[in-house]
Write a protein that binds this ligand. Structure first.
Ligand code: AMP
Ligand code: GLY
Length: 426
């Protein structure tokens, strides 16, 4: 079968790496891909939201499965676009319908969904310009800290945790009256602050059945010890030591299964990955957010731990046969460490030559590329997050040390990575 993978990050390199291990994949295309994916398949220079061109490519190349990596094409309706066209209708698109992708695309939608289906989450209220004054009163009476969330996709920037009422009121005003996070962000969710430890749980669902994938914990802040600005993700570990069987059983019963039942009840078509961003508060799980796709860098940590053939999983998803699949995982720990370009998540330069990629890669380590591209005979940086190394170890400490060691063999000007990924578990 020929497969099209959409996206260009480390997540997509990890997916491509896993897909290429399957005998079921004949040809792999990646749109647009990066320098890493080009060694595993054919990169095609089509934007992730250019549905017409993606559909034309699928027809021309006889694509059987489309795996959608990032959220933007999903929230913009790639699933429905393919299903509504005669010539692409039969292609298995792995991802939710546009309506179901609202679980990530709209915080207000996700909160109302959880509320409707009794999925545990932080208490909240939603405000727009129409009930602005009510929001002021709500914030003034709210316990600290107060979490403000802009509706709509905001590239991970739409959440503000306010430590005092003045700050919350001023951010609220900026969001609603000055469109700080764009038009969609003029709708604001004001919610209770959840305490505990975060982790991410992933499932693949075919709309009827689901399989639970290895969980992960990601490290979002730029600085050592979880300090500084939020990023797309600086690293991840899997498994998560505190996610024991008893905890995961609660996650299944209270969160995953009510979510899937809710999707069915609301007639929201979903055949793809669901990423549950969770808080573990003394053994009790609650949902912080849903994402309608796999995470980055979580995919780089999770894919290597899955022993199953990924293409077989994707085919079973599109044929609604996931009930036949048993997920087998590598019991070892992995630590994934992301190397970024100096300045990220603020301004950073691109086009810096990356050295060391042709060198010796240790057994039990995998180098995934994120923002990279070919330029003449070099591979150069092409984004904030540039390289990701995943290593296996008997412990998280061992795995993390090996990833750090591997990253020390790689170089580009102003390279930076966190050396403390998985620190709480070392
Ligand atoms: P999100 O953009 O929804 O991923 O939120 C970004 C981060 O904000 C999350 O990973 C959490 O660390 C934090 N966060 C969001 N909502 C809450 C909440 N209700 N309580 C505590 N932390 C939160
Ligand atoms: N690493 C977080 C995300 O992919 O949303």
């Amino acid at each position: 079968m020929n497969i099209l993978l959409i996206g260009s990050g480390g997540r997509e390199h990890a997916f491509a790496w896993k897909i290429k291990q399957s005998d079921l994949c004949s040809q792999l295309f990646i749109a647009p891909g990066n320098a890493g994916t080009s060694s595993l398949g054919t990169n095609v220079a089509i934007a992730t939201t250019d549905f017409e061109s993606l559909a034309a490519l699928c027809v021309e190349q006889n694509i059987g499965i489309v795996l959608v990596g990032p959220e933007e094409p999903l929230v913009k309706g790639i699933y429905d676009f393919f299903k509504n066209r005669k010539d692409t209708q039969k292609i298995g698109v792995i991802g939710p319908s546009q309506a179901a992708a609202q679980l990530e695309g709209s915080k207000a939608f996700a909160k109302a969904f959880m509320h409707r289906h009794q999925v545990p989450t932080a208490a909240y209220q939603e405000f727009t310009v129409d009930n602005y004054a009510k929001g002021i009163d709500y914030i003034k009476g709210h316990a600290l800290p107060i979490v403000l969330k802009a509706d709509g996709l905001a590239a991970g920037k739409g959440v503000i945790i306010c430590q005092n009422h003045l700050e919350a009121l001023s951010e609220y005003e900026l969001m609603i009256h000055r469109a700080k996070f764009g038009e969609a962000g003029k709708r604001v969710v004001v919610e209770e602050f959840l305490t505990g430890i975060e982790l991410s749980v992933f499932v693949l669902t075919d709309g009827e059945n689901y399989v639970l994938l290895p969980e992960a914990k990601d490290y979002k802040r730029i600085g050592i010890g979880d300090t500084g600005l939020n990023t797309g993700g600086m690293g991840a570990v899997s498994p998560v030591p505190f996610a024991d069987d008893a905890f995961l059983q609660k996650v299944k019963e209270r969160i995953i299964e009510p979510t899937l039942a809710g999707l069915k009840k609301d007639k929201l078509v979903y055949k793809g990955f669901i990423f549950f961003g969770l808080m573990n508060n003394e053994g009790e799980p609650g949902v912080i957010e849903y994402n309608c796709r796999m995470g980055d860098p979580e995919t780089e940590a999770v894919m290597p731990r899955i022993k199953n053939d990924l293409v077989q999983l994707l085919i079973a998803t599109s044929q609604q046969r996931l009930n036949e699949i048993v997920i087998e995982t590598d019991e070892r720990s992995v630590a994934t460490v992301v190397a970024v370009s100096g300045g990220y998540p603020g301004d950073y330069e691109k086009g810096k030559v990356i050295l060391g990629l042709g060198g010796n890669i240790l057994e039990d380590s995998i180098v995934f590329q994120c923002g990279t591209k070919h330029e003449e005979e070099h591979i150069v940086t092409n984004g904030g997050r540039v390289l990701t190394v995943t290593s296996f170890g008997n412990t998280i400490a061992e795995a993390a040390e090996q990833s750090n060691y591997m990253l020390e063999q790689l170089y580009f000007d102003d390279i930076y990575f966190r050396t403390d990924i998985g620190y709480e578990f070392r």
